[in-house]
Design a protein around this ligand. Structure first.
Ligand code: ATP
Ligand code: MG
Ligand code: MG
Ligand code: MG
Length: 475
């Protein structure tokens, strides 16, 4: 089943059940506390908090998401993309727990010939929050055996904003890939064998302050209970397409194949190379989608994340033995794989490709000389029996050679060294302060954030995805 088909079936299923189909919002979230849209619920936050009356009682969407905090997992686990699409169904004070559970089970287990995803009941497991006996009862009533329902604690099965406000238990659905992938202890024990596909969040309580995400008291029931769910389109796609991971699905694999062809290395022959090819496939797609939503590579904020993804791609291709420019081959492969679902990546391709190819050219010009600088510094440090690269080397690499600090950290680690991060950060702060003073002198502002002040003044609760805290400070 192609990814487009999975998406189509999702929207049709929930539209048939009275949900308003809402198009994906931009990856660039309206919420100034979020760098990117990290979950399907982000555009619905004002309705979920009650800040704005919902225009419909139920909605469904397939939302483009970026999670930078998953970047280290990419290519190594089968299931983490920096870009992915989260299918969601939402109820604003309308249906609640029982109905949400029934919908999820019905869509997953209805045979393909009857419009569902055709998963076999015997391959599915569920988790619930420790004391959520209600959820337990509904899963049992639907026919899930008691020994395939596991109870988990707050860290994985409770949702809240991290401050006083709405909160509630979650219930998640997992697919069992079988004994070849691990021991049979259920999702509580192994997230490689048991792949999480769908999270159901039951917003039913009002929580008090407390000391953070996990430690708080429940003050009572919410007057209006909400449903927020998220299912990973790529996860269902890789399980339904009979491939090993989300980088091998129809929307991503063509880029991976292009990277393999350019490197003249076979995918599947060497583990390290495979990881690099998967990183390339993921990062190219994420970069394309970010650029099509208007993000441009830069040294700050969202642009910096994009730059990091692109430079990480260049470096992975380098490690695959390719010296020259690769974006003119990789980006068109991703464009062609994504344009059915997102026609704008094709219609806007001239603009996107110009900026993408230029970014690669710029980085390639400094990569060789920067790597040489790094090699010299590594040799010097090792000769002096040191374990840490000086902060000013990292700063020089950042400032003159365009190496994102994460790249320097990675390369240093490969050489068995750490980096003096404090010294680097101090040099960065000094540079920022100088740039600010300079901008002030020129009477320019770096960014006009005043449009957000009205939103902030309303004291909007900050939602950060199901269990993902991703603010500017976490990158
Ligand atoms: P995991 O534990 O596997 O990292 P999660 O618990 O962080 O997933 P949720 O925040 O519950 O994920 O998001 C809802 C759904 O979105 C998940 O069940 C999964 O199907 C999908 N999803 C989450 N993160 C990613 C990602 N980085 N790449 C692809 N799909 C994802
Ligand atoms: Mg996660
Ligand atoms: Mg999880
Ligand atoms: Mg989850």
């Amino acid at each position: 089943m192609q990814t487009a088909e999975i998406r189509g079936r999702w929207l049709a299923f929930f539209a048939d059940r009275g949900h308003t189909v809402v198009p994906s919002a931009s990856l660039v979230s309206d919420d100034p506390t979020l760098l990117f849209t990290v979950a399907g619920m982000v555009p619905f936050v004002p309705y979920l908090t009650g800040l704005v009356p919902p225009p419909y009682p139920r909605a469904t969407s397939v939302q483009k998401c970026i999670r930078t905090n998953d970047i280290e997992e990419v290519g190594k686990t089968p299931r983490h993309g920096t870009f992915f699409q989260m299918a969601g169904n939402f109820s604003f004070g309308d249906y609640f727990k029982e109905q949400a559970i029934q919908y999820a089970w019905e869509l997953l287990t209805t045979p393909e010939s009857a419009g569902g995803y055709g998963f076999l009941e015997k391959d599915l497991w569920v988790t619930i929050y420790l004391d959520d006996d209600e959820a337990f009862g509904y899963w049992r009533a639907i026919g899930v055996p008691a020994d395939r329902i596991q109870r988990l604690g707050k860290e994985s099965n409770y949702w809240s904003t991290g401050q006083s406000g709405p909160a509630g238990p979650c219930s998640e659905i997992f697919f069992d890939r079988g004994p070849a992938y691990g021991a049979d202890g259920g999702p509580a024990t192994d997230d490689d064998r048991y792949v999480e596909i769908w999270n159901l969040v039951f917003m039913q309580y009002l929580r008090g302050e407390g000391s953070g995400k996990d430690d708080f008291e429940i003050l009572g029931d919410l007057p209006k209970k909400n449903i927020d769910t998220g299912m990973g389109l790529e996860r269902v796609a890789f399980l339904k397409q009979g491939v090993e991971n989300m980088y091998e699905i129809d929307q991503v694999r063509p880029v991976l194949d292009r990277a393999a062809a350019l490197s003249r290395r076979a995918y599947g022959a060497d583990h390290e190379d495979d990881v690099r090819m998967r990183i390339v496939a993921d990062h190219v797609r994420s970069s394309l989608m970010l650029m099509s939503d208007g993000v441009m590579p830069s040294n700050e904020g969202r642009g910096y994340i994009l730059r990091r993804l692109m430079r990480r791609t260049v470096r992975a291709m380098r490690l695959l033995g390719v010296e020259g420019a690769t974006f003119p081959e990789l980006f068109p492969a991703s464009r062609d794989a994504m344009s059915d679902a997102y026609p704008e990546v094709k219609s806007d391709y001239d603009r996107i490709s110009q900026a993408a190819y230029a970014e690669e050219e710029t980085f390639l010009r400094t990569l060789t000389s920067g790597s040489a600088v790094l090699d010299v510094a590594v040799a010097k440090t090792k000769k002096a029996a040191g374990a840490e690269l000086p902060g000013d080397t990292a700063f020089l690499l950042h400032d003159t050679y365009g190496f994102p600090i994460e790249l320097t950290l990675e390369m240093a680690e490969e050489a068995g060294l750490s980096v003096n991060r404090e010294a680097f950060d101090a040099l960065m702060s000094k540079q920022r302060a100088m740039a600010k003073a300079d901008a002030k002198a020129k009477k320019t502002t770096l960014a006009d954030l005043s449009v957000y002040s009205a939103f902030r003044a309303q004291g909007a609760t900050v939602f950060t995805g199901h269990d993902t805290l991703q603010t500017e400070s976490s990158i």
